[in-house]
Design a protein around this ligand. Structure first.
Ligand code: FES
Length: 102
């Protein structure tokens, strides 16, 4: 069963930043991209690397280990060596708090 999990206050979650979320089952990472929030699983489908230190090029996150890239809006792989898309999660803002649906 899915549920909404708090990520951060919208006042503290500034554009261009990211927040790591531990769910107990997996880790996710939420991005504020020009005021819109996008969430992906924080494990590269190539070999499980975290995106915490990956550069964001527009809407594409670059895996810091081998350079695979993923569209954080759709989850699609855009650059190898990863071959599988990454899981994305819905986000919302409720009562001033950014939330992720897990
Ligand atoms: S672990 Fe991400 S590209 Fe290899």
């Amino acid at each position: 069963m899915s549920e909404w999990k708090d990520v951060a206050s919208i006042l503290e979650f500034k554009p261009g930043t990211r927040v790591l979320v531990k769910t107990g089952h997996f880790d996710a990472i939420v991005f504020n991209l020009d005021g819109v929030f996008y969430a992906i699983e924080d494990a590269c489908t190539h070999d499980g690397e975290s995106f915490a230190d990956g550069d964001l090029d527009g809407k594409e996150i670059i895996c810091p280990r081998h350079g695979a890239q993923f569209d954080i809006i759709t989850g699609k792989v855009t650059v190898a060596p990863a071959l599988e898309d990454i899981q994305i999660f819905p986000t919302r803002v409720k009562d001033g708090v950014v939330q992720i649906k897990i």
